[in-house]
Design a protein around this ligand. Structure first.
Ligand code: PXP
Length: 247
């Protein structure tokens, strides 16, 4: 991979959503992970939610065991999730806020409010050489706090930007600028910068062109596009759009 290329982590949660809605054993997230690799995806991302509404523990064990691509496990900051991270040993974890009633992750983690809790969560995880990412809003104070507690990575929440963009609300340009400035600020502090949430083949060109961003994590839009063009095709198109955004 060239230095200026961005990695694409494909979030396969919604393959599991489709399976769970009928209580069947298909479609299989592991099969999806194999296709992600075949299509040129760079990593697998999955969110093991406390209510197990999509990916479940067995999926995570199988993904880790088969080791198809690097695994980025998204999780809430709870004792249960810390135990799972230390047991499964994914390549990276991404800590996210989680509310039972939400449809998807709303807002970023408030790192400043939970410095002590996050420190004690990530210390043993880092000792196991698992990279630690914090999913935060593009806000300098949150970035400072992430650096301060020893995170390796921040993932900038692009949800607000994507919502505005898809609604054709021109204020998306301001939010895009905020994300760009946050990415530059974090990279200067030595943090690796990722971004994700709500990205589509349309909106990705704005986020993809920010040179400090090294990885994008995208799920819902890819799985949605795969209904019409197959998973391999949907990933290849997303990769192509990301590549175009850099040129
Ligand atoms: N990054 C994080 C931290 C997330 O929580 C999610 C959603 O699980 C994503 C990326 C992917 O978002 P989407 O499914 O909207 O592409």
């Amino acid at each position: 991979m060239r230095k200026d290329e961005i990695r694409l982590g494909v979030n396969i949660d919604h393959v599991a959503t489709l399976r769970n809605v009928r209580g069947t054993n298909y479609p299989d997230p592991l099969m999806a992970a194999n296709i992600v690799k075949e299509a040129g995806g760079d990593g697998i991302t999955a969110h093991l939610r406390e209510d197990r509404r999509h990916i479940v523990d067995q999926d995570i064990s199988r993904l880790r065991h088969q080791n198809i691509l690097p695994l980025n496990l998204e999780m809430a900051v709870t004792d249960e999730m810390q135990r799972i991270a230390l047991d499964i040993l994914p390549n990276a974890i991404c800590l996210v806020p989680e509310k039972r009633e939400e449809r998807t992750t709303e807002g970023g983690l408030d790192v400043r409010k939970n410095i002590a809790g996050l420190r004690s969560f990530i210390e043993p995880v880092k000792q196991k050489k698992i990279r630690v990412s914090l999913f935060i809003e593009p806000n300098k104070k949150q970035i400072d706090a992430a650096k301060n507690i020893g995170a390796d990575i921040i993932e900038l929440h692009t949800g607000n930007f994507c919502d505005l963009y898809e609604k054709n609300d021109k204020s998306y340009m301001e939010v895009n600028k905020t994300i760009e400035e946050a990415a530059k600020y974090a990279a200067k502090l030595g943090l690796e910068v990722h971004a994700g949430h709500g990205l589509t083949t349309r909106s990705v060109r704005y986020i993809g062109k920010i040179p400090e961003i090294k990885e994008l994590n995208i799920g819902h839009a890819i799985v949605s596009d795969s209904i019409f063009m197959g998973l391999k095709g949907a990933i290849q198109i997303m990769k192509q759009k990301i590549k175009e955004s850099r040129s």
